[in-house]
Design a protein around this ligand. Structure first.
Ligand code: UD1
Ligand code: CA
Length: 466
């Protein structure tokens, strides 16, 4: 099944326009043993909660309500756009948390309640379970999975095939623990039935209001339907850091598989780490040991790696990047970089540029066709087209207090081991001799050399650069 239009800004109504998804994220998350709220821990580079809200948005629910505790900072931001926040004042259980969303969900026909610690759950599953719910006319439906190791989950208790209750791990006897069928933590309910049922909950043995107890109520009043996950890995919850690592592994596998199906070659998927939001076009090859992180986008027919790290960067088509670290950079088409380069944020590399071994570029623009072959530091510079920067060139951009910018014009030729002391402008077609220390602007077409560098006239005598 294809999911409805994920774009909240379009007016295409989805079948779930008057539905509300309530996402529970107000729990203590004590088993994580972390000062960071559980749902802010990252899975494939995105906060866990973002995976959950993305799935809810993509499924097309008209409203998304996020239940948070009063003192959690950063979760609403991490959840992304178009979210309504409801506050659960004290973490008195999942049933109590759902109740906190009542006002925010007013006017909805149906409610989908989702645990906030299910980062692998997909929009397709939400659509399937919601659709199944409508088809069965059940009072309540919930998602189940058959797990090889159901430890930690509430077990589904059935009598003559019908769901009777959910038994939490802590309260389960041996027979219940042996049940592989678990409650995943996604519930679909008719709104008019839900609120009175939540208000009628009584505290569990652990003194919490269990959301799962509304299943008992629903079973005694009408039909309860279940939707079993075809892919049980979607059920992976995250209560502790072992489960976080498992979720991470499953998510990374999924990302790699999707990329390979879309035409990207991963020479060794097991050693290739790709975050959830990374985009790669067809016929690009990713060699072993590569990390593609954050919002990185790579064009087609590129070759990346081995052992490259790219974070929040954009790469054009047919570009080759050998083992290098690239952060917050924009790189054009037909570029070759590395091995052993470091590109730092706000660097823009135009088409047909060559950066060889051990080149560091920071907050600089490098124009089309420019070559920086060996051991160089380029910081806060604007370099024109077809410039040649010799081995060992350093832009001295920092005077101990301030960073200064510099410009190097088109076709300039910077000799090996030049030190260019910013702020300066090296004119178009200008050149510097090997070992020059350039302290003043170099006029277009001029040649400077020496320490400090002086202009070399046509007759061969040397004068000051300015
Ligand atoms: C819950 C289910 C269990 C199911 C499991 C799988 C209950 C009672 N049990 O157990 O049957 O197998 O999920 O996902 O629901 N939360 C709040 N406020 C609270 C308590 C929790 O917002 O007072 C939120 C948490 O932040 C979390 C979600 O609800 O995102 C689930 O809570 P959690 O403590 O993880 O429930 P489990 O013990 O895993
Ligand atoms: Ca959980």
């Amino acid at each position: 099944m294809t999911s409805p239009d994920p774009d909240p800004n379009t007016n295409n109504p989805t079948p779930f326009q008057d539905w509300t998804a309530i996402i529970l994220a107000a729990g203590r998350g004590a088993r994580m043993r972390s000062s960071l709220p559980k749902v802010l821990h990252l899975v494939a580079g995105l906060p866990m909660i973002r995976h959950v809200t993305n799935a809810a948005r993509e499924a097309g629910f008209g409203r998304i309500v996020l239940v948070l505790s009063p003192d959690t900072e950063g979760i609403a931001e991490a959840a992304g756009p178009d979210i309504v926040v409801a506050i659960q004042n004290e973490p008195l259980g999942t049933g109590h948390a759902a109740l906190a969303a009542q006002q925010a969900a007013e006017g909805s026909s149906h409610i989908v309640i989702m645990n906030g610690d299910l980062p692998l759950l997909t929009a397709d599953t939400l659509v399937e379970t919601a659709t199944t719910h409508l088809e069965t006319n059940a009072l309540l439906s919930f998602v189940t999975a058959d797990l090889d190791d159901p430890t930690g989950y509430g077990r589904v208790q059935r009598g003559h095939g019908r769901v009777q209750a959910i038994v939490e791990e802590t309260e389960a006897d041996e027979a219940a623990r042996a049940t592989p069928e678990v409650n995943v933590g996604i519930y679909t309910v008719r709104a008019d039935w839900l609120w009175p049922a939540l208000e009628a909950l009584v505290p569990s043995p652990s003194d919490e209001l269990y959301l799962t107890d509304i299943i008992v109520a629903a079973a005694s009043e009408g039909e309860v339907a279940t939707y079993e996950l075809p892919d049980a890995s979607e059920a992976q919850q995250v209560n502790d850091r072992n489960e976080l690592a498992t979720a991470e592994m499953i998510m990374r596998d999924r990302v790699r598989q999707q990329l390979m199906l879309s035409g990207v070659t991963l020479a060794d998927p097991a050693t290739t780490y790709i975050d959830a939001e990374v985009e790669i076009a067809e016929d690009t090859t990713i060699l072993p040991g590569v990390h593609l992180l954050g919002r990185t986008t790579i064009g087609s027919q590129c070759q990346i790696g081995p052992n490259a790290i790219l974070r929040d960067s954009t790469v054009g088509d047919r570009t080759e990047i050998g083992s290098s670290t690239i952060e917050g950079a924009q790189i054009g088409d037909d570029v070759s970089i590395g091995p052993y380069c470091h590109l730092r944020p706000e660097t823009v590399i135009a088409d047909d540029v060559h950066l060889g071994n051990y080149v560091e570029v920071k907050a600089s623009q490098v124009g089309e066709g420019t070559r920086i072959g060996h051991f160089a530091y380029v910081g806060d510079a604007e370099i024109g087209q077809n410039v040649n920067i010799g081995a060992g060139t350093v832009t001295a951009n920092y005077d101990g207090i301030l960073k200064h910018r510099m410009e190097i014009g088109d076709r300039a030729f910077i000799g090996v081991n030049s030190v260019l002391i910013a702020p300066i402008v090296v004119g178009t077609d200008a050149s510097t001799g090997a070992g020059s220390v350039v302290t003043h602007d170099v006029p277009p077409g001029a040649q400077v050399l020496g320490v400090p560098a002086r202009i070399r006239s046509n007759e061969g005598d040397e004068t000051g650069a300015e």
